[in-house]
Design a protein. Structure first.
Lengths: 340, 340
DNA sequence: CTGAAAGCGCTAACAA
DNA sequence: TTGTTAGCGCTTTCAG
């Protein structure tokens, strides 16, 4: 098997008997080339197995056809499946995806942003809206096209494709309250640099405020892992006034709690009710099925890709797609019952 | 807020009062520059917020510091978590990750390979070893550094970091058989272009061959989704000779079967035993807990990254890391009991 | 519709 | 240790 030197535009040009300019046109704008020449060029490209050199192209055109996404972690299925959907749409548009993960840490996110941009990303997908001023300034100053997912704001300075975390959390809390629960506990992800967690807590508080008989016994925070969530449950149980319902801001946390409860021989929902947030597979699989908030993960990924794509490719035919608010819904399963 | 034109090497050079070459050295090989100049350059870079242009760099050096990974789908947690680990290691080495997904389809994989390479990937992570000749020729002809994960072969022509699917499957099958099960069913992923599924089936057959009382009642194939797996169970149940144990080649499939069984009011493991493969979160969460094969997902991702990294960066100090075989283990939970 | 030629921003010999 | 300079492969005016 022998090794072939990568052909360049010039080689193709020679073979096809045209100038390099024509080849370039033929590749980027086929209509600008006469039919017969196009065919000749095509076949030359194929016999040589020519593939444009990325660097050369990027340098000359100042575009890379690459988009970066920075998500907290692919280990959380909710982001993995959003990312999958995102990637599929990009792929159809012949754009490739660069991936970075922040591990829920704003400073890591900033590093990844720089890294992906220095790799030439034409645009960026970011999760949530809460980031340090430094990061925001950077994005603005360099005029980086970007869209925010997993959140929604009407702030016109930046497009977002997502849902209202606060409203959604309020909705599920109201739902819990409507089942007669008056002593609630919250287990949330670490709030630092995580607007989803913060907003969801606020939403739950909103609901409680409107129902004077109801109160929040405690607000725990933990990482998105089963064991950390289990530890949070232990802390709650050590309180005098045990809650009749625990509202978790993530399915991973809720499931972690359920696993721990099982170890402790507590019965859900008899001993306490519990709700999650995200509706990942786990919520459906755990027993009893987890009552949770369904987040349109895939739709969000797809729409974010589309918005980003025409942010980058200012297509004047299509009306500029602004921020989009998607809706969440409550999925009733078996972890929430009436308080008696 | 105003928009600043991207500074180039020349701008930095002017500010620091040195040549562009020195800046370039300072960035790529700091030791080759005298301390005082280095400091001057550093500060110039910072005040200008200079970021090297990717295209220019790629063109001149013919390296991109980018690695591509093509996985079947991030929707399957087993790949998502492997990818997460892979990305983290790359990130430490200041290499960025390009991601493509093949949706378990060899021709999509080929497209993605081309796409990632044309985006300049210096190397590639691929899943499994079974791919069309066309793809293999392509990789060889262009001398693409790549490593195969999720499989292991001693074939020296290509590094792999993974485990022996056949042996692992044989092991779990033997385990099932040792519990007294004689009528087995298999539910596997679609075999086409999926060596993991094929090998695992072979491994199970190996075990059966060595136990003359045992036989395989049927081999079903389905996509990696709960509903498809449920349908496969329905097919099995319509047979005369119902198996006492169902061996699934993936946790997703096993859980899908369990969900369907619950709908049908069948009791696992009383009505039949079942085993999975992968040990993703789901296996732990489902009730009863799924007995399965633990695949070292994270370790595989990390090691694959390391191998790929020094495949690309021929570091002569370190002995060239060849293929690595990792071990799987059986995780005993509650879906496998003795046949009575 | 096609060709010539001037860069795009950076790196890497080679000189000094 | 530092500077000079010649490209890397492609796109894109501008002429023809």
């Amino acid at each position: 098997m022998h090794l072939i030197k990568r052909p360049k535009l010039e080689d193709v040009a020679k073979l096809a008997g045209v100038s390099t300019a024509s080849i370039s046109r033929c590749i980027n704008n086929p209509k600008k080339v006469a039919e017969p020449t196009r065919l000749r060029i095509q076949s030359a490209i194929e016999t040589l197995e020519y593939m444009p050199h990325f660097g050369g192209r990027a340098l000359a055109s100042n575009r890379t056809n690459t988009i970066g996404a920075i998500i907290p972690s692919m280990d959380n299925a909710v982001f993995a499946s959003g990312l999958q959907a995102f990637q599929e749409v990009l792929s159809h548009a012949r754009v490739t995806l660069l991936v970075g993960s922040s591990n829920y840490d704003p400073s890591q996110e900033f590093e990844q942003i720089q890294s992906l941009l220095s790799q030439g990303a034409d645009g960026l997908l970011l999760i949530g809206q809460d980031r340090p001023q430094k990061t925001q300034d950077f994005l603005r100053k360099h005029a980086i096209p970007h869209v925010l997912a997993w959140c929604f704001s009407t702030d016109i300075s930046c497009s977002s494709v997502g849902f209202d975390n606060r409203k959604s959390a309020k909705k599920i809390a109201e739902h819990v309250i409507s089942y007669g629960h008056q002593k609630l506990a919250i287990i949330a992800g670490l709030k630092a640099g995580n607007d989803r967690a913060k907003e969801r807590i606020l939403g739950i508080k909103d609901a409680v405020k409107e129902n004077s008989d109801t109160k929040i016994v405690t607000i725990e925070q933990c990482k998105y892992s089963f064991t950390e969530a289990g530890a949070a449950l232990d802390r709650i149980l050590s309180f005098h006034k045990s809650p009749s319902a625990i509202i978790c801001t993530s399915d991973v946390i809720a499931v972690g709690v359920m696993l721990r409860a099982k170890e402790l021989n507590l019965r859900i929902p008899n001993d306490f009710s519990i709700t999650g947030f995200d509706d990942i597979n786990l919520a459906q699989v755990v027993t009893p099925g987890l009552t949770t908030v369904r987040v349109p993960q895939q739709e969000m990924g797809q729409k974010a890709a589309k918005v980003l794509l025409d942010l980058i490719n200012p297509n004047l035919d299509v009306p500029k797609s602004p921020s989009q608010e998607l809706m969440t819904t409550i999925v009733e399963r078996d972890t929430l019952i009436k308080f008696q």
